[in-house]
Design a protein around this ligand. Structure first.
Ligand code: FES
Length: 149
């Protein structure tokens, strides 16, 4: 019964917190699918709510729509994806997501100290970047970049 539910574009947009135009955009990009009912109105399967929620979460992490589309390619279009299908997607994204998690964690942890940017404005700068000696190693926040890459 649950899976036979047909959702309107308005219900999907409201439940996912996106504009109707965003749904059309996701459809144009091949990220989600809909069909037309006898009244030629768009209808969605309930699993589209999960897809859109994951698209939004991934975009917040800076994952590109193209990368999301490639990951979604592993999901079946002719039936509701099950745990095994999502596990396949998760495995594909695991490394990318772990790198982003590490990046964000390091960024959070390093922001309170000297990041080697040349400003020499922090208490620890003289210790970690005396006279901006790190400028010889490259441009930008040398310490931050070293710890993140
Ligand atoms: S934070 Fe800029 S040089 Fe230390």
């Amino acid at each position: 019964m649950q899976q036979d539910r047909e959702l309107t574009v308005g219900v999907v947009a409201k439940r996912c917190g996106v504009k109707v135009s965003t749904l059309h955009f996701y459809e144009e990009k091949g990220l989600i699918n809909s069909w037309r009912n006898s009244g030629n109105q768009r209808r969605y399967h309930p699993e589209v709510l999960r897809r859109i929620s994951i698209i939004k979460a991934a975009q917040k992490l800076g994952v590109s729509l193209e990368s999301i589309k490639q990951a979604f390619a592993a999901l079946p279009n002719n039936r509701t994806p099950n745990k095994h299908d999502w596990q396949k997607l998760s495995n594909q994204w695991q490394q990318d997501l772990n790198e982003r998690i590490n990046y964000l964690t390091n960024l959070r942890d390093l922001l309170t100290g000297c990041i080697g940017c040349g400003c020499l404005s922090m208490k620890h700068c003289p210790m970690y970047n005396p006279d901006d000696v790190l400028a010889q190693q490259g441009s930008g926040a040398v310490i931050l970049e070293q710890n993140i890459d």
